[in-house]
Design a protein around this ligand. Structure first.
Ligand SMILES: Nc1ncnc2c1ncn2[C@@H]1O[C@H](COP(=O)(O)OP(=O)(O)OP(=O)(O)O)[C@@H](O)[C@H]1O
Ligand SMILES: [Mg+2]
Length: 300
């Protein structure tokens, strides 16, 4: 069963479509990276899923049930934009207020549980306003985790974090999916960071989903290539172009796209009198793939 299944979802503001006939499929247990440029409709889609906005048309199913179903709503936790915390209250007090709001029982135990997941057991008594940005983001996630949701929706939770903050966030998200059977939908434009954890991707542009693919599919699409340098770059390129279909010169390197074995390349060049001074096997990551996709694909 899919955690989220959206078909033909549209939402307009003053006659402009922020979400335009969008389809989305998020399998259960996935960390789904929802990628798009500023203003592409990520937050609006997430608000529609959470019921913070009402759609013009389309269907949203969560775990096979309509998103308005009360039984399914309690299984959704979300952090969209601000967690809405009180600055002068402590981390614990903020979580307690939310736990009361949600009508949770065993509130103290539940707060301790979520604080442990976000690694803030020892910071429960700090005032919210004294927390660092990284801590605030984690408190937001803790708020969303109250009540043990099966689906967590996070809007740019890694925005503005430093390398360490991002690493902790990544570890928390993997922990949530692996050990708490939670599906995570996470929007971001920091692609390199998503690449390390996402199992699936959805790419949105101008309110339309232009592509959905698994990390495995992304891997197979992301090309590998060999880049190398020789003294006679022009001559070497001619030799390589005689054997391989896709040979380009970029950034002062010759790139061979359809040969995955550096030894074959070195051998061929040596036999033709070219000594390779530098060679490396590279992979086009999500970021480059995305930029290429964005520059190529026109939205109809
Ligand atoms: N409440 C609103 N009223 C009017 N227009 C809105 C509203 N919310 C969003 N929009 C518009 O809808 C479009 C999509 O916005 P949205 O916030 O969903 O994009 P986003 O992908 O989340 O962008 P960002 O990366 O900047 O967060 C934008 O053009 C935005 O100006
Ligand atoms: Mg947004």
């Amino acid at each position: 069963m899919n955690a989220i299944e959206i078909r033909g979802l549209s939402k307009s503001f003053r006659g402009m479509y922020a979400v335009d006939n969008l389809n989305m499929t998020v399998p259960q247990g996935a960390i789904y990276g929802f990628i798009g440029e500023n203003g592409s409709g990520k937050s609006t889609t997430e608000k529609l899923i959470c019921g913070h906005l009402v759609a013009d048309k389309g269907t949203v199913k969560l775990f096979g049930r309509d998103y308005t179903d009360a039984g399914v709503r309690v299984r959704v936790g979300a952090l969209i934009e601000d967690p809405g915390c009180f600055p002068n209250s402590s981390v614990y007090q903020n979580l307690m207020m939310q736990a009361i709001n949600l009508g949770l029982e065993n509130r103290d135990a539940e707060i301790r549980r979520v604080l442990k997941i976000v690694r803030m057991e020892n910071e429960a008594n700090i005032k919210f306003k004294s927390c660092s940005l990284g801590m605030k983001q984690r408190i937001g996630i803790a708020m969303a985790l109250l009540g043990d949701p099966a689906l967590l929706i996070l809007d740019e939770p890694i925005n503005g974090l430093d390398t360490d903050g991002m690493r902790i966030m990544r570890e928390i998200l993997v922990d949530i999916t692996k050990n708490y059977s939670c599906t995570v939908l996470i929007s971001s434009h920091i692609l390199g960071e998503l690449e390390k954890i996402a199992t699936h991707y959805g790419i949105i542009r101008q309110g339309k989903m232009i592509m959905e693919l698994s990390a495995k599919e992304m891997d197979s699409r992301a090309q590998t290539f060999i880049s190398l340098k020789t003294k006679d770059m022009k001559g070497a390129k001619v030799v390589l172009a005689g054997k391989f279909a896709d040979v380009r010169t970029e950034d002062e390197y010759i790139r061979v796209y359809d040969a995955c074995d550096p030894e074959t390349v070195v051998d061929l060049l040596l036999k033709n009198g070219h000594v390779v001074s530098e060679i490396r096997k590279n992979r086009i990551g999500l970021e480059e793939y995305y930029i290429e996709l964005m520059s190529k694909k026109e939205v109809k």
